[in-house]
Design a protein around this ligand. Structure first.
Ligand code: ADP
Length: 470
């Protein structure tokens, strides 16, 4: 049943119906024009022969009529005009007939055309001749004397067989042309439909496989037309979906792994507390450790929530003067850095750099970058926050003189849960999500993040935001 609803079937059927209608109309007009042409031509020729004969026999149909002479004349004319020729007098009596034996000589010609001709007008009709068993054209031409009086009639009867044979040939030709046109168009439209629907069928199969969970689908793009572009978009969609799903699975596994570590530690600590007699001091140590692990879990869950919120929500943006924003931020953090025996310096451009941003989110970016600089730079080090303009962007750089990042890890640094040194990062309370959050927030502001670092001598984290028009 679906075969009949398929585009291929409908396209072919429509093309065939159109070509059939077009050929029927063309055939109808061509055939009627040619039929009219042949019949008119035949009529004109017969009429010309009739007038010629009428001229010839003027004066011979009255008075003493010589039937033998007239019949010989009729016979000669019949040979020339390919028609039977009769002459009648004014009373419609046949006085000459090209058919000698079995003719109508001396009989009254009772024929409507002859009766009309006797009244002075040419008359013709198409009828059937029993004698030759063929369709014939009959024509009666009046014979007039010098006073324009009708003295008799020339009656001609010619077979139309030749004309109808030609017309039949034309009809057969038109029919064959229609069949041929339908075969060509039918074949062409099947090929065309296959060309169009082939990729659609491929798309359907690929989409079905995707719905069955096989996401790594790829369709070969063979053309640059609408269907080619659709296939292109489909491939892109499949690739993205596959990428997201793989990432999601990896992310879920990573989350489980991240949660398991503090949970295992907490479970061990709780068991130890339950099962072993301890000094109050030792007990306090265990409880502190438990508290630390709990804090780590809370931080992880908070960061995860933050990331999922970032993916969902749009920010409310406002104009932020980065110079003021960053210098305030540096002042706020000065004490924290001094406590860790670190120098926090600012190097800000004089020119006011204004961006369109969500201030709270921007605070979080700065906070994550400064926390990292603090965590990964040893006492006595320096952290410098710079602000400058580059083209149409405001660029913020957080530079530290800390441990740096190995070159091979630089390209993964903004990925979720990526840590250079897992144990050390965890010890410092890191969730592995700080830079992923930075990247997500800056991305949402149509900005860019990047990092430059040399292992052992420090890192420079950058983010750039488009400057507002004003
Ligand atoms: P974490 O919570 O572990 O700090 P981040 O996403 O903030 O997670 O950072 C990912 C990893 O990048 C860190 O574990 C650390 O290995 C590395 N890193 C981040 N900032 C710095 C820095 N300023 N200096 C050296 N390494 C850094």
């Amino acid at each position: 049943m679906t075969r009949f609803f398929s585009i291929r079937f409908r396209l072919t059927a429509s093309f065939l119906a159109i070509i059939l209608a077009v050929m029927a109309i063309i055939s109808f007009f061509l055939y009627s024009t040619l039929e009219r042409y042949y019949i008119d031509n035949f009529t004109n020729n017969l009429e010309r022969s009739g007038f010629l004969a009428a001229n010839f026999v003027t004066g011979q149909l009255t008075g003493q009529v010589n039937s033998v002479r007239l019949s010989v004349l009729a016979e000669n004319m019949s040979l020339q005009s390919q028609a039977r020729v009769l002459f009648t007098d004014r009373q419609a009596l046949v006085v000459g007939d090209s058919i000698r034996v079995g003719g109508l000589l001396n009989q009254v010609l009772e024929h409507e055309d002859a009766a009309i001709a006797l009244k002075g007008n040419v008359s013709s009709s198409i009828g059937y001749s029993d004698r030759i068993e063929q369709t014939v054209m009959q024509m009666a031409v009046p014979v007039k004397d010098e006073n324009d009086q009708v003295t008799g009639v020339v009656f001609l009867s010619a077979s139309l067989e030749e004309v109808y044979r030609t017309l039949n040939d034309i009809r057969r030709f038109l029919f064959l042309s229609t069949v041929l046109a339908m075969a060509v168009v039918g074949g062409g439209s099947v090929a065309l439909a296959r060309r169009f629907t082939g990729p659609i069928e491929e798309l359907t199969v690929a989409a079905r496989r995707m719905s069955e969970g096989k996401l790594d689908q790829h369709i070969e793009v063979r053309s640059g037309d609408e269907i080619g572009r659709l296939a292109d978009q489909f491939n892109l969609m499949a690739k993205r979906l596959n990428y997201y799903t793989t990432n999601l699975k990896k992310f879920a596994a990573d989350v489980a792994h991240e949660v398991r570590t503090p949970l295992t530690t907490m479970s061990l600590l709780t068991k130890a507390l339950k099962e072993h007699e301890m000094e109050p001091e030792q007990q306090r140590e265990f409880i502190d450790d438990l508290d630390n692990e709990l804090e780590r879990l809370v931080a992880l869950v908070n960061d995860l929530l933050e990331l999922s919120k970032l993916e969902k929500n749009e920010f409310e943006l406002e104009e932020v003067n980065l110079n003021d924003f960053i210098s305030d931020f540096i002042i706020e953090n000065q004490y924290r850095f001094a406590t860790a025996n670190l120098d926090l310096a600012g190097n800000l451009e004089d020119q006011a750099l204004v961006v369109s941003a969500a201030p709270l989110k921007l605070r979080q970016v700065m906070s994550n970058l400064l926390d990292n600089a603090l965590n990964y730079t040893g006492p006595g080090g320096t952290v410098t926050v710079s602000l400058f303009r580059e083209g149409n962007e405001a660029v913020v750089m957080v530079e530290d003189t800390g441990c740096g990042i190995p070159a091979e890890d630089l390209s993964y640094i903004f990925e979720r849960f990526f840590r250079v040194d897992k144990a050390r990062a965890r010890e410092g309370g890191g969730t592995g999500l700080g830079l992923a959050i930075v990247s997500e927030i800056i991305g949402k502001h149509n900005g860019r993040v990047w990092v430059e670092s040399e292992e052992g001598s420090g890192s420079r984290f950058y983010f750039a935001l488009p400057l507002t028009e004003s």
